[in-house]
Ligand binder design. Structure first.
Ligand code: ADP
Ligand code: ZN
Ligand code: ZN
Length: 836
């Protein structure tokens, strides 16, 4: 104060104005700067969430990425409207992680934010708020503003953020809306599932008239009188009351459900006690995280497992990441449990990533049984409420053990000490659509690194990338080469379909060899898994007269026939129409169903194995978490003899009863026009084989028309090493990953010509800096999806930081040019770094 401005330096006026760079949940590059009004500055920090105006009168929840006092020149700044939450939603380590995702995968930071935060944390003025269908009438938890909005919602059912601003006569509305959502009154309209409805349960308490200060029954004369009466006239009510007194003696809550179950007394006797005014019910919020589990003990490790565990620890002294190459059924899961428990014992958090589908099954139950309520399970099929609860518990550090699918990498860990990636080779770790197209395994490794934590990647069939990293000493390498049960890996045999056909041992899609094996397995009371990677009945219908094939109207693919629903369906866009009895082109009734899917196998099984119990597991029979769980438990309890399915049956299932696995059409796995198809085929065959013989002897039959391919020898010999050597040589020869980094650009537009021109424009622009590293443009194998024509470009980049930087710069430039190009700005461009 009082000091005159020195020459050459501007006076600090107004006094040290604070500015915030914030991330908006929009696909826009970079951060945006806002003024922080003095009244809102206190306590504001990196990670705080604020409400800001953006564009023409829109409001968004934004996240503070940085605070500073440098006023940006050249444009007028708007002020932050309100602070939603001072407490940071994510910490500094996580913010660095977001920035890395944004840089590496070439997606705007806001897009990362939109993917990372659960919906209630990123409201915007475009959203509409509706009354929650199960909203109660108890407004007592709401403050005055929330009450006003709740009231308006009961009348209008639906309000926009603008309307809510009017009702409250103020701009700051987001905190009110969040409060309403949290209290279970409102939900965001976009959400299909209700948002944050707390789960309630009924607690039985002593009625006020008879309660003492501690909530127990008092010893008034009146009550004694009542007891006497009950004893004479209503012994059941008395026993119920005694049970309640017993249950509540230590001040613990007694739940209605428990009380009724334990005493076996009818609801009417219970109601009578309530009517007499002795007991009362109160609703209490239950945390969804709390199950009815108790903490168990860690499994005792075998000598081989113990050795592997010690090796992992030793390798972690030298490396951040360790690859655990453990054969199927070697007991990797038990190792993961020990690793995570050790991490938690040090007071740090541990995350285990698993492929999406594996989570709904046995795995979560096994972890739950050991870790009880300390374990959080995070899954995209969980409701928003469940996800918000886990989010909060992780942020507070209440949960120290998490298993989750891909998106669990976004949880707000406080101190992540260990990341385990189970089945690290699984391609479902790569997010395709929508953006950000990140690889959860690689992201998790980076995330652990930010916290100074370690990672373990586990697989029986490691990805070429990870195995190469291990051989190059970038990762530690630990092997676990025996099955936990001591059982051998199953016998794998190839069935030559040509030969079977020649000997007239192939009438449908199951060879006689397979049928014979199935019969003997069924006779012995053993279970069978059949794998066919196509759902539906027949992938193509062709007219025998004129050759006409039904096609999707929106995509360039033929429609798959589904017999159960008698429909033709597109597996890309979901388009469907009724089945046909004759050719719409020439009228012929000669329609041939070509190829086969899981439905057709199910049909064949019903004809050939009349007494076997068959179930099918694919996207058509399994739509929710429940369906999957039900099927798994039926199979586990041996209510099903034969399980037919798509990829779903290859992942992470552990059934003691399965002795035979059939791979019905191995050739289809090898066809794909993709440099990864051999790797994928090997992984699938080895993984599904690994389901057999976990407890006894096991057999695998692979049906193929081309039995001479070397890959079958590798699968028969369980010889990952041989597979790796052969495949890595191919990759080197053709300069594919892991020797190069790929970036795929996909352009989409309704106008085929326009997208073609745009693709050539992009290619030319990129070639200026990147030269021959740019391949294409070309129309991909399916050239039109959802009525939009596609063009693809592939960048093949040497693995050097300079080239990566060059590519990034070029791509940014081209994106900017495309965005303002008079003809091409409506063309959509999707960038996929490390496509799978
Ligand atoms: P992987 O994941 O390596 O294929 P799993 O972890 O599913 O193998 O283990 C195979 C089987 O062995 C499972 O049934 C599992 O319960 C059992 N198992 C593995 N390790 C142990 C252990 N230490 N104690 C008891 N059972 C174990
Ligand atoms: Zn025809
Ligand atoms: Zn379609």
């Amino acid at each position: 104060m009082g000091s005159a401005p020195r020459p050459g330096k501007l006076p600090n006026f107004p006094l040290a104005m604070l500015y915030a760079d914030v991330i908006l949940p929009l696909p826009l590059p970079g951060t945006f700067t806002y003024e922080v009004p003095e009244a809102l500055a206190e306590g504001l920090t990196t990670g705080s969430s604020v409400e800001v105006p953006f564009g023409r009168s829109k409001l968004y929840t934004a996240l503070v990425a940085a605070l500073h006092q440098n006023k940006p020149e050249g444009f007028e700044l708007k002020p932050i409207i309100s602070v939603i939450e001072l407490e940071p939603l994510i910490g500094e380590s996580h913010l660095r992680f977001w920035r890395w995702l944004s840089e590496y995968y070439l997606h705007p930071l806001g897009e990362v934010m939109a993917a990372a935060l659960p919906a209630p944390y990123r409201l915007s003025s475009e959203m509409r708020i509706t009354l929650h269908p199960e909203a109660g009438e108890d407004y007592s938890a709401l403050d005055d503003r929330a009450f006003l909005v709740a009231e308006a919602l009961t009348i209008q059912r639906e309000l926009s953020l603008k309307e809510i601003q009017k009702i409250l006569q103020r701009k700051t509305v987001q905190p009110v809306i969040q409060a309403l959502i949290k209290a279970g009154f409102a939900q965001l309209q976009e959400e299909l599932r209700p948002i944050y409805k707390p789960k309630m349960r009924r607690v039985v308490v002593a009625a006020e008239a008879y309660a003492d200060a501690g909530g127990k029954l008092n010893d008034s004369d009146e009550l004694r009188e009542l007891f006497d009466q009950l004893e004479k006239r209503a012994p059941r009510q008395l026993s119920l009351l005694m049970a309640w007194m017993h249950g509540s003696r230590d001040g613990l809550p007694v739940y209605r459900k428990q009380l009724l179950q334990r005493t076996g007394v009818s609801l009417s006797s219970y109601q009578a006690l309530l009517d007499k005014g002795i007991l009362e019910e109160r609703e209490e919020r239950v945390s969804r995280l709390e199950g009815e589990y108790s903490e168990g003990v860690l499994p005792e490790l075998s000598a081989a497992q113990l050795q592997a565990l010690e090796e992992i620890q030793a390798e972690h002294e030298k490396h951040h990441s360790v690859l655990l190459h453990g054969i199927t059924s070697s007991g990797k899961t038990a190792l993961y449990m020990h690793l995570m428990a050790q991490c938690a014992a040090k007071g740090r958090q541990a995350l285990m990533l698993v492929p999406e589908i594996a989570l709904t099954t046995q795995l979560s139950n096994r972890f739950r049984a050991v870790f009880g309520p300390r374990l959080g399970i995070y899954h995209s099929r969980f409701s928003v409420s469940e996800r918000v609860e886990i989010w909060q518990a992780v942020a507070k550090g209440e949960l120290d053990l998490i298993i989750g699918a891909r998106s669990a990498v976004f949880l707000p860990f406080k101190d992540l000490g260990m990341v385990v990636v189970d089945e690290e080779h699984d391609q479902s770790y790569k997010q395709h659509d929508p953006a950000p197209r990140y690889h959860a395994r690689d992201a998790a490794i980076y995330l652990a690194h930010q916290f100074g934590g370690k990672s373990v990647l586990g697989s029986a069939t490691p990805s070429l990338e990870s195995y190469t990293n291990a051989l190059d000493q970038k990762y530690g390498l630990v092997r676990l080469s025996e099955r936990f049960s001591g059982q051998k890996l199953p016998d794998v045999q190839v069935v030559n379909l040509k030969e079977e056909q020649h000997k007239q041992r192939l009438s449908g899609h199951l060879s006689d060899t397979l049928i014979e094996k199935m019969n003997s397995a069924l006779e012995r009371g053993e279970q069978i898994i059949l794998f066919q990677n196509r759902r539906g009945y027949a992938p193509t219908i062709r007219c025998g007269q004129c050759g006409w094939v039904p096609q999707c109207v929106h995509c360039d693919v033929s429609l798959t026939y589904h017999k159960n629903s008698d429909q033709l369906r597109c597996h890309l866009c979901g388009y469907r129409k009724p089945g046909l009895s004759s050719c719409p082109s020439c009228g012929s009734g000669q329609l041939h169903y070509q190829g086969f899917g899981t439905e057709k196998i199910e049909d064949e099984l019903a004809l050939r194995f009349t007494s076997a119990r068959v179930a099918r597991m694919d996207l058509d029979t399994v739509s929710g978490k429940r369906d999957h769980e039900r099927l798994i438990s039926e199979f586990e309890q041996r209510d099903v003899d034969v399980l037919v399915g798509t990829q779903m049956v290859t992942k992470g299932l552990d059934f003691a009863g399965v002795s035979l696995v059939g791979i019905l059409n191995a050739d289809a796995l090898l066809w794909f026009p993709d440099f990864r198809s051999t790797e994928r085929a090997f992984q699938l065959m080895a993984q599904v084989s690994g389901r057999a013989g976990r407890a006894g002897h096991g057999e695998v039959l692979i049906q193929t028309w081309e039995p001479g391919r070397v890959i079958f020898q590798q699968v028969i010999g369980h010889d990952y090493e041989a597979f790796y050597q052969a495949e890595i040589a191919q990759r080197r020869a053709w300069t594919y990953p892991p020797f190069r980094r790929l970036i795929r650009l996909t352009l989409k537009h309704r106008d085929a010509e326009k997208v073609g021109n745009a693709a050539r424009f992009v290619a030319t622009a990129l070639q200026k800096g990147l030269g021959k590293r740019v391949l294409g443009p070309a129309v991909p194998p399916v050239g039109r999806v959802r009525s939009r024509y596609l063009q693809e470009l592939l960048l093949k980049l040497e693995k050097s930081p300079q080239v990566a930087q060059l590519a990034r710069r070029q791509l940014r430039q081209v994106l900017d040019q495309l965005a303002v190009h008079p003809q091409f700005k409506s063309v959509e461009l999707a960038i996929n770094v490390d496509p799978m």
